[in-house]
Design a protein around this ligand. Structure first.
Ligand code: ADP
Length: 536
């Protein structure tokens, strides 16, 4: 085996010693020949022999001395320089002025060292520059990120306010239309008001779409996780679109295929939104024939339940080159669509984003003038049976309240909203008192001789807001069983949770719909009647 170290640092024999041996041998040979010649001629003499030997040794010594001076020393200096470069020291070496190739070699070596040192210096400067730039960019990025976060925060606040500001007047508008339509009208008046109501509802739908999309894009939309039944949700959706289909003389079919399970944990509101979007598009873009909704559920290997929905229609269809764009914001397949069918091109964008949030997907197959099939897959978690049963929908459980005339307290600062709710509930025989803010509400509750059976509570109010008022109500054990229902134009995700955390029992978002308001009040009155009587 070869020793690597030995190979790397071979042992050198001094140049001077080599020259010394070589010259000694040469001169020794000359002396030996001279002496041998003397012996043959019988003229040998010891003195001459000794002198010649001395001369040989002296000349050899001199040759090695000059060899060392002229050759070995400059080479040694060169070798020392190479060693110091190898150790990372980029310094020029001392070059002996021999005026020959060795001096030239030394100078070249020094030039090489100098340019190496210059490159090293340049690299070091570049490195420093790079580090500076990285530091600077990181700081800029941090500032930009803080700016973006602040902008996103501002956007969410703006959204929350917009949502509130838009829903408040819509509440007044729709409420008043609802009430007027509930009174005696001539045929023409009814027709005109119904048109106004349809316009107001489509404006509300548009507002909701824009707010939903902004919420999703701001990352503010969170999915709920509550138990619901997929099959009844689908049946509800189909039922709610039946009138539209009937109006257009289209057959609306619902088929439940393989159903591995129907009870799931998820966000029924958002699943309903997806189904309704697809269904209302199918009916909207079909002028004759049928629309068929198919539901299937399958268990996946990971234990989740996959909900598969197909909505097929025999309608307009979509041209192949338009298909990839129908999920883009504000995009419709054709410019004539808005003219003939209305719409904004937001429905499918929201649908796809909602499906993305669920980890689901949507596919579409379509043929122009033949029809389309939208296929959706939504993975959901199966719900424990008991949870679904205990959370069955209030509509299913609540028996209608047979004896209204209960005293309710409406806490609301907006005059139009007061008027709308007052008119809606008085018509149903309820006795309503109004408090303009939380403080007033607490006074009224304390002073009431006949106890209030339920409180409808706005959230954003001057003096004392709805959340704080509810917390104060909950701190008083007298009002343990008093239902407090939030009635708010704040419809952002998390608002419902905030209301529930404050101690409220229910939540109605504005614009308030007459039927929903009555249903909610009756449900809570019914539950409250089953609980302990109220003490004031
Ligand atoms: P909108 O319905 O408000 O126009 P959508 O985002 O829901 O917006 O739909 C985008 C476009 O996709 C529609 O304008 C229409 O051109 C096309 N589209 C959607 N569903 C269908 C369908 N079932 N049949 C034909 N075209 C459809």
């Amino acid at each position: 085996m070869v020793d690597v170290n030995e190979q790397e640092t071979p042992k050198f024999r001094s140049l001077a010693s080599k020259f010394f041996v070589f010259t000694s041998v040469l001169l020794g040979w000359v002396v030996a020949v001279t002496l041998w010649w003397d012996i043959r001629l019988h003229s040998f003499n010891w003195t001459k022999g000794s002198v010649l030997c001395g001369v040989v040794v002296a000349v050899a010594g001199l040759i090695s001395f000059f060899t060392v001076r002229l050759l070995a020393r400059p080479l040694k200096l060169l070798e020392a320089g190479i060693t110091s470069v190898r150790q990372g020291k980029l310094e020029p070496i001392r070059v002996s002025p021999t005026g020959d190739e060795i001096e030239f070699l030394g100078d070249s070596f020094n030039r090489m060292i100098r340019s190496l040192a210059e490159s090293h210096e340049q690299i070091r400067q570049y490195q420093e520059l790079l580090e500076d730039r990285i530091r600077q960019r990181t700081e800029e990025l941090q500032v930009a990120m803080q700016g973006a976060l602040a902008a996103s925060q501002a956007k969410s606040e703006f959204l929350a306010n917009m949502s509130h500001e838009l829903r408040t007047p819509m509440n007044g508008l729709l409420g008043m239309l609802d009430l007027t339509l509930d009174s005696r009208l001539t045929g023409d008046q009814r027709d005109q008001l119904e048109t106004a109501q349809r316009c107001a509802y489509s404006l509300l739908a548009l507002l909701n779409d824009i707010l939903d999309l902004s919420k999703i894009e701001a990352g503010k939309m969170l999915l709920e996780r509550i138990p619901f039944d997929i099959r009844s949700l689908m049946e509800d959706c189909v039922k709610s679109q039946r009138a539209k289909a009937l109006q257009k003389k289209i057959t609306l079919l619902f088929e439940a295929g393989t159903l591995a399970g129907t009870r799931v944990l998820g966000d029924p509101l958002r699943v309903r939104q997806v189904v309704n979007n697809l269904l209302s598009n199918a009916i909207k873009f079909t002028d004759k024939g049928w629309v068929r909704v198919k539901l299937g559920t399958y268990f996946r290997e990971d234990g989740r339940l996959e909900m598969a929905i197909n909505v097929t229609d025999t309608g307009l269809g979509i041209a192949p080159d338009k298909l990839p764009h129908i999920f883009d914001k504000f995009t419709q397949a054709d410019s004539s669509i808005t003219r003939n069918y209305g719409g904004t091109g937001l429905g499918l964008t929201i649908t796809r984003k909602l499906l993305d949030m669920h980890g689901g997907e949507i596919r579409v197959e379509s043929e122009l003038n033949k029809g389309s099939t939208f296929s959706v897959v939504i993975p959901l978690d199966p719900a424990p049976v008991s949870t679904v049963e205990s959370n069955a929908s209030p509509e299913a459980e609540a028996a209608p309240v047979t004896s209204p005339g209960h005293r309710l307290l409406l806490v609301e600062d907006n005059l139009v909203n007061q008027k709308v709710v007052l008119a809606m509930l008085r018509k149903r025989g309820y006795r309503i008192d109004i408090a303009n803010n939380g403080q007033e509400a607490l006074h009224r509750l304390e002073a009431a001789e006949i106890p209030y059976r339920l409180v409808l509570m706005d959230i954003q109010m001057p003096v004392l807001d709805g959340l704080e008022t509810t917390r104060m109500i909950r701190r008083n054990t007298h009002w343990d069983h008093l239902p407090v229902i939030a009635m708010t134009a704040h419809a952002m995700t998390g608002d419902r949770e905030r209301c529930m955390e404050a101690g409220m029992n229910g939540y109605i978002s504005k614009p308030v719909q007459l039927a929903h308001l009555i249903e909610t009040i009756e449900h809570h009155l019914e539950s409250e009647l089953c609980a302990e009587p109220l003490a004031v």
